[in-house]
Ligand binder design. Structure first.
Ligand code: GLN
Length: 273
């Protein structure tokens, strides 16, 4: 399809929508033209500057090549904040907000919280912002920790960041541990599709059955939880029975499954007596 002949915000937004999903077209136009959605709609007849058209043309090309929108614009909204993302971190997903909803009712400002495998920091920082709790966020990737640190600075949140392969560098105990570990099975075809192709495999691939990281995160948790402490993990929609069994054999009580907005099993949490 040929490019618009009149260069207005509206003609270019319409062009973007012909090539892309509506939501993607909207986000890319908002970013390229530096406007919000109502300004984009209200300003449809305004001239689009040539430099911004160049940016949008580049964005559309990259998106059509499969690059995730969040990596193109460099950020993604999660819970109440906008988080910087890079190709070194997973893109925060709406289903991970289930993890926040699960633990918030149990946390106060004096809680000590550990977020294992924090990536962009979206989960730990959202908890810190909501509760004022002491939050330690870990990742095995220094690149991810740098993104999380940038997000903490951006949001003016004080948190602890530590490089750790799961619990390896942890010597403290906590009231609550949260984690969204890699849980996709290595041979799952979803790894070859959509945004997942562009995301770091280390943040997605959970081994043959997808449960390798979950076994460590759940199985080793008791040594790092206070009595009455809570563990909440995200997992695949078809892993709830396996995850329940690991919680149970580890000695957790009051084990409960939470569903995400699409009604898929998504988070399991339990209490260490
Ligand atoms: N929910 C993600 C997906 O399947 C996987 C995230 C993860 O492995 N932690 O797209």
């Amino acid at each position: 399809m040929s490019e618009p002949t009149t260069h207005t915000l509206g003609s270019w937004f319409a062009y973007a929508r012909k090539h892309l999903d509506d939501a993607d077209a909207q986000t890319l136009c908002e970013t390229a033209f530096e406007v919000n959605f109502s300004e984009l709609v209200a300003g449809a007849k305004l001239p689009a500057p040539a430099s911004q058209i160049d940016v949008l043309r580049d964005f559309i090309g990259r998106r059509r090549n499969g690059e995730p929108v969040a990596y193109i614009v460099g950020s993604r909204g999660f819970w109440r904040h906008e988080f910087i993302v890079s190709t070194k971190t997973l893109i925060p997903r709406p289903e991970s907000e289930t993890l926040i909803e699960t633990v918030l009712p149990f946390l106060t400002g004096s809680a000590r919280v550990l977020d294992l495998g924090t990536g962009s920091g979206a989960i730990g920082l959202s908890i810190a912002a909501e509760t004022g709790a002491y939050v330690m966020m870990t990742d095995v990737s220094n690149d991810a920790l740098q993104v999380a640190a940038n997000n903490a600075t951006n949001l003016k949140l004080e948190v602890q960041l530590r490089r750790s392969n799961w619990y390896d560098a942890i010597h403290e105990s906590f009231d609550c541990i949260v984690s969204n570990p890699p849980y996709v099975a290595s041979n799952d075809k979803h790894l070859q599709n959509g945004d997942l192709i562009s995301e770091p495999l280390i943040a997605l691939d959970g081994g043959l059955d997808g449960l390798d990281a979950l076994r460590v995160v759940i199985g080793d948790a008791p040594a790092y939880l206070h009595h009455g402490g809570r563990l909440a993990v995200e997992h695949g929609f078809d892993q709830e029975e396996a995850v329940y069994a690991i919680f149970e054999s580890t000695g957790f009580q009051s084990i409960e499954l939470m569903r995400d907005l699409s009604d898929h099993p998504r988070v399991t949490h339990g209490v260490m007596p």
